[in-house]
Write a protein that binds this ligand. Structure first.
Ligand code: ADP
Ligand code: MG
Length: 247
């Protein structure tokens, strides 16, 4: 579903992701874990086509409109003046086009999605009036409506209360059961072990990628921590990237 070939992604020539290869299989449910600054968000943005590779390739087997991407909560503009229902309906956008109207079926779908995330009765609320947990539920409702084949979630449960986490985790498991490919950046080791069959452990480079019990083993986790501790404030400039930039 997503294939990384020697992928390097850099910010001003400093690689945040360095020579990573591997693939997210169709229908897989994968946790992406690693220390702060290990390139997890960068990986999702590269898969979404939001950041260009500075080396190697990322290839995605489905068109862009079949990918759902949930950024980290901190990156979401909550001040955008929009009501909950309209935000959910944005998930229909790939099918109805920029100028197409919303039909009754799509309205019903949006209401059903709000019900599914526990936000029945919230349709007319302005987005800015919601708590973090409620906003995250709205964004999950939007993904329900979008019917994506590939779902990329960046720290979907960070700062969520346990009830919200359980409700959203149930949706992730539903998507997995439906055969969709799900990739989620996570911080809670217990959650990863319990619910995510596959794990990619990153420390700018790939430390380990495979079945969760093998990847979340102490030697790999220790290696990732040691690599993170060795990072300077600014990462080394990648020699290959600077040659490329100079060319
Ligand atoms: P993670 O999600 O694993 O915490 P990120 O992918 O966000 O890590 O960041 C990886 C590295 O890239 C970090 O060192 C971070 O400071 C750097 N970085 C991320 N975004 C930018 C940016 N827009 N400009 C410059 N450096 C960035
Ligand atoms: Mg991140």
């Amino acid at each position: 579903m997503v294939r990384l070939d020697n992928l390097t992604v850099s910010y001003r020539q400093h690689p945040a992701l360095h020579h990573v290869s591997g693939q997210f299989e169709p229908g897989s449910l994968t946790a992406v874990v690693g220390p702060n600054g290990s390139g997890k968000s960068t990986l999702l943005k590269a898969a979404m086509g939001l950041l260009p590779p500075s080396g190697g390739q990322v290839r995605v087997a489905v068109p862009r409109d079949r990918i759902a991407y949930l950024p980290q909560l901190a990156e979401i503009d909550r001040g955008f003046p929009i009501q909950v229902r309209d935000c959910v309906l944005l998930g229909c956008w790939p099918r109805r086009g920029a100028w197409g109207g919303v039909d009754a079926a799509q309205l019903a779908q949006a209401d059903a999605a709000l019900l599914a995330v526990g936000l029945d009765g919230f349709a007319d609320r302005p987005l800015g009036s919601l708590s973090s947990g409620q906003l995250q539920r709205v964004l999950f409702a939007r993904m329900l409506v979008q019917d994506a084949q590939l779902i990329l979630l960046d720290e979907p449960f960070t700062a969520m209360d346990s009830k919200t986490t359980a409700a959203l985790l149930a949706l992730v498991r539903q998507w997995h059961a439906e055969g969709r490919t799900v990739v989620a950046v996570l911080h809670d080791d217990a959650q990863v072990r319990q619910h995510f069959p596959q794990t990619l452990l990153l420390a700018r480079e790939k430390v380990a990628w495979g079945p969760t019990p093998q990847v979340m083993a102490e030697p790999f986790l220790r290696q990732a921590r040691a690599m993170a501790e060795a990072w300077d404030e600014t990462a080394e400039v990648c020699a290959i990237d600077s040659l490329r930039a100079a060319a």
